[in-house]
Design a protein around this ligand. Structure first.
Ligand code: NAP
Length: 419
């Protein structure tokens, strides 16, 4: 039995096991949960209530999540005098699937961000962001319903590796000098310098996860988004290694655009996935003008950062955008917004992002029926225009509800689970 410094494992429930790329989910999985700072309390309470209700409606007493509270951020500092205690990493790693609210980045805590640290220490190499439209949500484009993509953003390399030297320091002068003498590269003396690594290993594991996801979920296209026309050996290589992986491991189910036109007259045959690529700047136009041509998107860290938020904005903003950070063994699902501290404990903010992240979590563990109930309840609640302040101020004729009331409305709007 696993031992923690200051946590007691729930007496009920079992661990989710993984092996051979498969996950074995018990009927009562123990799922660690980080409540989060600021509005974390408001949205986590409601999210747990909605998820519990969906599971009960879908499976009766057969299945249940055993939530296991673990600590990060302010509550960890109170309990452990640390922002991110070892217990927290250990619990997520051991129990494999976890849910997380937003965390404040401590000023002067020696961290770039608690979120980035969690992703890096747990080697959660894929940031997965599904972006789709919910009818009724105010959106800035004429056809928001055309958006239905899942973005796989690399989470450990590129600018996220954070390899930088500050202008004016002895270190940056050393790097500039080394580049001049050893590589023949001239850099202005008053520069700051950053390094952007992209590896075969990091690229191929991400491409593998994305193509496998496309196969498992009946998606038709996987698009590598890169800036390879300018950065040939990082971004360009990312794209080349992506195609290489598709050929090496998924040759029987994938086609390139050239093959699609030369062999199939442009018509994608059943059971095949089209693998293509787009330059990042063009992609930011395409996602707006040819939205429904995109499906699964695979991209290095920085492009993914821009593209995820731009795509989310197109369907009504990041207030409703969910996210998951995944490795082969561990998955941490989280709200994509921050702690919005001015709204803490007021029961007013939109819990949509965390609820949808929990839906991703339910899908990840294969509890699709419960996930579908939450989505159906949410869709109906939005159509009834019973929404929190952020959406109410943009929707004509809407009724403003509290965070808790929004959750209650979703539950009330669950359709009967089985005919
Ligand atoms: P933020 O917390 O996301 O809030 C910015 C604004 O976005 C809020 O004032 C509010 O706008 C709106 N908003 C965010 N979440 C909302 C929700 N659930 N419902 C309705 N409106 C919502 O960003 P921030 O103020 O830049 O960051 C605050 C702290 O959060 C910082 O310490 C930052 O480091 C941290 N952060 C954490 C994460 C994470 O844990 N993943 C992500 C981002 C930031 P209005 O006031 O206009 O309504």
């Amino acid at each position: 039995m696993i031992e923690f410094e200051q946590l007691t494992v729930p007496s009920e429930g079992d661990k989710i096991e993984t092996g051979d790329g498969r996950m074995v989910v018990p009927n009562k999985p123990i799922i660690p949960v980080i409540e989060g700072d600021g509005i974390g309390r408001d949205i986590m309470k409601v999210t747990r209530r909605v998820v519990n209700a969906a599971i009960q409606t879908a499976y009766g007493t057969e299945k249940q999540i055993i939530w296991f509270d673990i600590y990060a951020g302010e509550n960890a500092f109170e309990k452990y005098n640390e922002w991110l205690p070892q217990d927290t990493f250990k619990a997520i790693e051991h129990f494999r699937v976890a849910l997380k609210g937003p965390l404040t980045t401590p000023v002067g805590g020696g961290f770039r961000s608690l979120n980035v640290t969690l992703r890096q220490v747990l080697e959660l190499y894929a940031c997965v962001r599904p972006v789709r439209y919910f009818q009724g949500v105010p959106a800035p484009v004429t056809h928001p319903e055309k958006m239905d993509v899942v973005i796989f953003r690399e989470n450990t390399e590129d600018v996220y590796a954070g390899i930088e030297w500050e202008q004016g320091t002895p270190e940056v002068h050393k790097v500039i000098e080394l580049l001049r003498t050893e590589m023949g590269v001239e850099i202005r003396q008053d520069s700051g310098v950053g390094i952007k690594p992209i590896s075969i290993f990091g690229t191929k594991r991400l491409a593998r996860m994305a193509i496998q996801y496309a196969l498992n979920h009946g998606r038709r296209t996987v698009t590598f988004v890169h800036k390879g026309n300018i950065m040939k050996f990082t971004e360009g290589a990312f794209c080349a290694w992506g195609y290489e992986l598709a050929k090496e491991e998924f040759a029987d189910v994938t086609l390139t655009e050239d093959e699609l036109y030369s062999d199939y007259d442009g018509n994608l045959p059943e059971g095949k996935i089209l693998v293509n690529d787009r330059i990042a700047d063009s992609m930011l136009q395409q996602i707006l003008t040819r939205t429904d041509e995109y499906d699964v998107i695979v991209t290095p860290n920085l492009n993914g950062d821009y593209l995820s938020d731009a795509a989310a904005a197109q369907v009504g903003g990041i207030g409703m955008a969910p996210g998951g950070n995944l490795s082969d063994d561990v998955a941490l699902f989280e709200a994509t917004h921050g702690t919005a501290p001015k709204y803490t404990d007021q029961d007013v903010v939109n819990p949509g992002s965390l609820i949808l992240s929990a839906v991703m979590m339910l899908e990840h563990i294969g509890w699709q029926e419960a996930a579908d109930l939450v989505i159906a309840g949410l869709e109906k609640t939005l159509l009834q225009k019973r929404v929190t302040y952020d959406l109410e101020r943009l929707m004509e004729g809407a009724t403003k509800v509290r965070t808790s009331e929004f959750g209650a409305a979703i539950i009330e709007n669950f359709p009967p689970p089985f005919p």
